[in-house]
Design a protein around this ligand. Structure first.
Ligand SMILES: [Zn+2]
Length: 301
């Protein structure tokens, strides 16, 4: 296995600028004072879809669960990571390539609790998992911008979207949903390490997040919507200022993800991109100060 080490120290001046900006735009998170041990984020190689495993000193967290057809890959990846219990599942939105693994997880693993975007869906998969949660008495909670989910070990998931207004509108009967742009978007903060999770957010949701004025700066960006040209707007990338981006998509997928237009944008900003279809499972580890990225095969893009 090739192991590429990416230094987080990408220039003292840059870091100092980030630090100053962070102080002026947002209060320093409690996590910054309590980060201890390490955090591991694995963007799992589960074909077309998203499933990202986050392991803190205390909890196993899964952000999205892959597609129904990819459940064997999800099982294999969780086995490889020696996971038996998942304390927290965060579902970004109810499309099959994000909630498709819920059935397997609820049947075969011990699950603590589940967060989603707090909006209804008529999708059979969605209705199925909500029913099963009730049967198993597993708590389900909707997330809204401003929420902070404690991931244990000093790591926090800061929710940036959906807004309270959108959740309110989305719960009115007859509301015309736009699931990608209702994705739960948030930032993991662990000391100085930050990573942005975007689900399938497109330019509209990226714009709304920027308009809300929250701190979005993140060392690593999980590129929105599998690297689709619908997402990764120039304004969003400039605001997030990622040092690296990761894209979760399947080999030769039907959608042509990642789109050439997206890759060009990242390359124009000198942001290296790691793609599960090329690189297999991508693992990011951090001690709260620096971070390392490793992957199973190929070259970074
Ligand atoms: Zn998707």
């Amino acid at each position: 296995m090739k192991r590429w080490i990416v230094s987080a120290l990408a220039g003292a001046a840059f870091l100092a600028a980030q630090f100053l900006m962070g102080c002026s735009t947002a209060p320093v998170s409690d996590a910054a004072h309590t980060a201890a041990g390490t955090i591991t984020v694995k963007v799992l190689n589960i074909g077309q879809g998203d499933a990202i495993l986050v392991q803190t000193g205390e909890k196993n967290v899964l952000v999205d669960t892959s597609d129904v057809d990819e459940r064997d890959k999800l099982r294999a990846e969780l086995k490889k990571a020696d996971i038996k219990k998942i304390d927290t599942i965060i579902l970004t939105h109810p499309h099959a390539d994000h909630i498709g693994g819920m059935d397997v997880l609820l049947n075969e693993y011990s699950i603590g609790m589940v967060y989603d975007n707090g909006m209804p869906s008529t999708s059979k998969l969605f209705l199925g998992y909500v029913k099963k949660l009730k049967e198993k008495k597993i708590e389900r909670k909707g997330l809204v911008a401003g929420d902070r989910v404690d991931l244990g070990g000093g790591a926090v998931f800061e929710v940036l979207a959906p807004s309270a207004q959108l959740v309110k509108e989305g719960n009115v009967k007859g509301y015309k949903h736009d699931p990608n742009n209702e994705s739960v978007v948030g930032r993991i903060v662990f000391g100085d390490f930050t990573m942005m999770f975007t689900g399938d957010a497109e330019k509209k949701e990226e714009h709304d997040i920027l308009a809300a004025g929250s701190n979005v700066q993140s060392k690593i960006l999980k590129s929105g919507h599998h690297g689709s040209k619908t997402s990764s707007s120039a304004d969003f990338l400039r605001a997030v200022q990622p040092e690296a981006a990761v894209i979760s998509c399947g080999v030769n997928n039907d959608y042509g993800h990642p789109h050439k237009e997206t890759m060009k944008k990242y390359h124009a900003l000198n942001i290296p991109v790691y793609v599960t279809a090329e690189n297999g499972t991508i693992t990011i580890t951090s001690d709260g100060k620096t971070y390392h990225i490793s992957f199973e095969r190929g070259e970074k893009q």
